[in-house]
Design a protein around this ligand. Sequence first.
Ligand SMILES: Cc1cc2nc3c(=O)[nH]c(=O)nc-3n(C[C@H](O)[C@H](O)[C@H](O)COP(=O)(O)OP(=O)(O)OC[C@H]3O[C@@H](n4cnc5c(N)ncnc54)[C@H](O)[C@@H]3O)c2cc1C
Length: 505
Amino acid sequence: MENGKVRKVVIAGGGTAGWLAAIALTHQFRERLEVVLIESEQIGTVGVGESTVPPIRNFHRFVQIDEQEFLRAVAGTFKLAISFENWLRPGDRYIHPFGITGQSTLVCGFHHFWLDSLRRGMKSELGDYCLETLAARADRFALPPSPQVNYAYHLDAGLYARFLRGKAEGYGLKRIEGKIREVRQNPESGFVESLLLEDGQVVAGDLFIDCTGFRGLLIEQTLKTGYEDWNQWLPCDRAVAVQTESVGPPVPYTRAIAHDAGWRWHIPLQHRVGTGWVFSSRHMSDDEATSRLLNDAAAKPIRDPWLVPFRSGRRLQAWNKNVVSLGLASGFIEPLESTSIHLCMTSIIRLVELFPFEGIPQSLVDVYNHTGRIEMEHVRDFIILHYHANQRDGAMWKTCREMELPDSLSIRLRAWRERAHAWQGANELFRVDSWTHVMLGQGIVPQQHHPLSDTLSDEDMRRLFAGVRKPIEEAVAGMPSQQEFIDRYCKASPEVWAGRKPAMV
Ligand SMILES: Cc1cc2nc3c(=O)[nH]c(=O)nc-3n(C[C@H](O)[C@H](O)[C@H](O)COP(=O)(O)OP(=O)(O)OC[C@H]3O[C@@H](n4cnc5c(N)ncnc54)[C@H](O)[C@@H]3O)c2cc1C
């Protein structure tokens, strides 16, 4: 680092995190910055991470990714919601949609009116007032100009990395294939100066981005930054993943199906399904998890299952000295709400915003770390809610029901129980609608609603509800099935997923 200035960035690792960082830095800074990425095919990537949340579309716009080109390249499908099955108790199902539910006033969320309507004896489900829920229930999808649909994607992780790589290389990124053997530090400051590869190459840089996955080669193995473990709240610590053939058209939502010791994901792509068994190793063995996954998947596997151990938690300082960790190297919240790629994207945007061209001031490092911590703790609380508020049998679920919660979540749950109050703070991903759907879905019924809804007569309330419901029912009735929409809009060629054609074509 000449005079402390940052002119060369070295990205260690070429999984989703590494390539997302690569595309953002090369696209934004072009010739102002030299960007090099080192990855090892021998080590490979974690191979999961295929369900996303809607802000991915903002990130793609930020780096000028064309939606149709992207979807064709990653054999992607659309995601309107997550279907939570068996979470409250076996046989139960609720949908957590991405869209807005009903019409709120500035001071009174729609759910208050709806709760009041139930007390007046009117029968409906909260999801009946959400376009995305209705479309998900009907397996339909379209992008009409009005009403707006809020959606995310399911994507093939391997194809996505390939797609991002093509884009980043187009913007001038240099990729080096090789395994990092040693991380060399300045003996006085401890700042990282270079990486020694197994073939003897030395790659020097000013700022290093650690995207080496759970191993955290720079941030942890070298800088010993430390990790805060959240296992006392999030009991699952392993997953077995497998890819299977599709047995029907893709549904426009991710399925999260609870079982005795965790849950199973089901992510439909254009050409296959990704499925995985997330579980607590204290309550289930690897062998049992694998055999139950293969049994429940109910379709032919197209590759052998693989095991992914993980620890939910966060790196104590995601940015330490001249190393910024991203993706799994910076922490991980188990994948129930598909938030990891999102947190990686927000971190990258923050890094670009604070980028230390003229040196690394501690003030910026502190802002970066503080904001990231708040974002992660918010997501953590939301995931804990799903585990805690359950009425299931079994040792793991009982422990979750009885566990002591983080204060931040206890405050939320009390405000909801006592007055149906929910909120979204700054830098928080989940909106009021998300909290509302999941708290109700997990069986937490508030004692009271906001008194403002009492001002509506029964007739006014019926009119309000019909006025919300009618246009969305009409919009959904006019939508094609997701399969029909994909066939028209973004169908991937079989050569893409067979690897015979570059993912960008
Ligand atoms: C079970 C599970 C399910 C998940 N599901 C979702 C989901 O649905 N949605 C979501 O948003 N996220 C999900 N995630 C998280 C998501 O998979 C990751 O956030 C994402 O894939 C980014 O991973 P990564 O790039 O940080 O790490 P990796 O994919 O592990 O990449 C690490 C890279 O570092 C390289 N590397 C490591 N050591 C060296 C070395 N010594 N020399 C050179 N290169 C090296 C590797 O070769 C690889 O290229 C899930 C995670 C798990 C564990």
